[in-house]
Ligand binder design. Structure first.
Ligand SMILES: Cc1cc2nc3c(=O)[nH]c(=O)nc-3n(C[C@H](O)[C@H](O)[C@H](O)COP(=O)(O)OP(=O)(O)OC[C@H]3O[C@@H](n4cnc5c(N)ncnc54)[C@H](O)[C@@H]3O)c2cc1C
Length: 509
């Protein structure tokens, strides 16, 4: 850190997608930027790890909106990512396939609204009109969010009734066909949707991006972080790994510097936190922020966490299949959260990985199923954070993981008969894994859970009550690659002006 300037224009805490995109925008505008990352690897949920020479993604399994002219494509042109990323277009006819135990049909989500309507109408004769109505509504809602469409301005969200519309109730109003309802809600793990809670706009913004176009990152999503970091450094930004922020020090009302766990202190004019919201609050000592604000933030509920199985397949045993699988034990797709020991898991989402080493075959799959943080009570106090707090969680934890893996593999092999006998080895992660490596309080999949019962309360502003502290990342607007990219633009607009920044991005795209 010899070249560290005395004071940065902006210090960003966390190198998740939101932190890196914010650093990119501000560096491009001539700000002297510093990104602090507690882990060795940059990228937060963009990180990868490898087992037996197979690369596994941790939080990016597919990305939407990347075809020419679509929203993420336009954003990624500005971030100088298009043309660099190794991408593969998923199966147009059925990039996501929904299935239910006891029903041999695999219900398709297709790319392009015309295809989506055509293919599902073939699978649900007599439902074309309802499916069309559903698609019209999804697109109508997406138009309401200017930044999602790379437009300026703010529509009157308060009067928009879909903020308070429950996704489950809406889907039930579209069709009386129970199976079709379950299929339309079948990719629910993409946003950890809950009944009587998840607003329709969350469902709409997420499913729309994949219906527009669905892509896999070849050899993992970490390439996004790699290219963003290269660009930030080439524009003069500093990025430091193994740099865990622990406390903000104040001068009057404003933050003067951030203190790191190893005693270093980084000075800045402005600070952006890309971390978990309650962890950000922990960095602010009492007296510097109103108790009511801290309380409100600390009491926001997070989305559920997950148990994830990372499966290495026997070499050249399974042909590459270019679609994801969402499987349910029954049609109650909204009930997957309500499990007990005996009924877990009630379903899973499976993502095949695409490797350049052997593109003809699937060398690995990732299988995700919900798991509550409360299931971790026994090991809650164990910390496994590199480099300073690496504790074994003990034999009982390893037993727990093994038992859960076996249960999951059992239902996996029933649905995916082509995997049977072809599993070479498997590894697993729990809510504690995500808690420790992302630095959240409970291993949440997607951050704050949006709620129809009080929609504005779960709408997080980038501004905080501290004049030189902004927020970015998945807790604002929306999670996911597109969601956090948009969040970074919303955050940086506070420093650059929205009109100016949107114009710059449009010019680049
Ligand atoms: C299992 C899973 C699957 C997913 N699948 C997809 C998918 O297929 N497609 C998609 O678009 N999205 C997916 N997502 C969502 C997407 O990955 C996230 O919404 C997005 O990457 C979050 O970005 P973020 O900017 O909020 O930062 P995060 O990824 O949350 O990163 C925060 C960063 O801050 C660092 N940090 C925390 N505390 C400190 C501190 N005190 N000091 C320094 N650094 C700190 C962390 O180490 C981390 O690097 C998935 C998420 C998960 C968990």
């Amino acid at each position: 850190m010899n070249s560290t300037p005395k004071k940065y224009d902006t210090v960003i805490i966390g190198s998740g997608m939101g932190g890196l995109c914010s650093a990119y925008i501000l560096s491009k505008e001539g700000f002297k930027v510093c990104v602090l990352e507690k882990n060795r690897q940059l990228g937060g949920s963009l990180q990868i790890f490898s087992r037996e020479k197979v690369i596994f993604d941790t939080g990016i399994h597919y990305i939407g909106g990347l075809s020419e002219g679509q929203n993420l494509n336009r954003y990624f042109k500005y971030f100088d990512l298009m043309g660099k990323l190794k991408l593969k277009l998923m199966d147009v006819e059925g990039f996501d396939r929904i299935s239910f135990s006891g029903d041999p049909t695999h219900y398709m989500h297709s790319q392009g609204y015309d295809n989506f309507i055509r293919v599902l109408s073939e699978q649900f004769p007599g439902e074309r009109e309802n499916i069309t109505r559903y698609c019209t509504k999804i697109r109508e809602i997406c138009k309401f969010f200017p930044m999602y469409n790379l437009e300026e301005g703010q529509k009157d969200l308060i009067s928009a009734n879909f903020l308070e519309t429950d996704t489950k109730a809406y889907i039930e109003s579209v069709t009386a066909n129970k199976k079709l309802q379950s299929v339309l809600a079948g990719t629910n793990p993409l946003y950890a949707g809950e009944p009587n809670k998840t607003p329709l706009y969350v469902h709409a913004l997420v499913v729309n991006t994949y219906i527009e176009s669905a892509w896999k990152c070849m050899d993992g999503g970490a390439q996004i972080a790699k290219y963003l970091a290269e660009s930030i450094r080439s524009m003069g930004g500093d990025i430091f790994n193994y740099s865990e922020a622990t406390k903000f020090n104040f001068s009057g009302d404003t933050i003067k510097n951030v203190q790191l766990s190893d005693g270093r202190v980084i000075e800045g004019k402005n600070f952006i936190s890309n971390c978990d919201l309650s962890r950000t609050m922990d960095m602010i000592e009492p007296g510097h922020i109103r108790h009511a604000y801290r309380n409100r933030i600390n009491h926001l509920e997070n989305t559920v966490s997950a148990f994830i199985l990372y499966v290495v397949l026997k070499s050249k045993s399974v042909k590459y299949f270019n679609h994801n699988v969402y499987h349910y034990e029954n049609e109650e797709v909204w009930d997957v959260f309500n499990y007990d020991d005996a009924s877990w898991p009630k379903g899973f989402a499976l993502f095949p990985q695409y490797s350049s080493k052997n593109p003809e075959y699937t060398d690995s799959v990732i299988v995700l199923t919900y798991m509550k943080y409360s299931d971790m009570k026994e090991w809650d106090s164990s910390l496994n954070i590199i480099p300073n707090h690496k504790q074994s969680r003990g034999a009982a934890y390893e037993d727990f993981k093994e038992q859960k893996s076996q249960k999951l593999i059992k239902i996996l092999e029933q649905r995916m008969t082509n995997l049977k006998g072809n599993i070479e080895s498997y590894y697993s992660s729990t809510p504690l894994t995500y808690r420790d490596y992302i630095g959240t309080r409970d291993g949440t999949l997607y951050g704050i859970s949006k709620d129809i019962r009080d929609p504005l309360k779960t709408f997080i502003s980038p501004k905080t009550k501290i004049p030189n502290l902004l927020l970015t990342g998945q807790n604002l607007n929306l999670h996911g690659v597109l969601g956090v990219t948009v969040s970074s633009v919303v955050t940086c607009s506070e420093l650059l002006g929205s009109h100016y920044l949107v114009k710059k991005i449009k010019e680049a795209s």
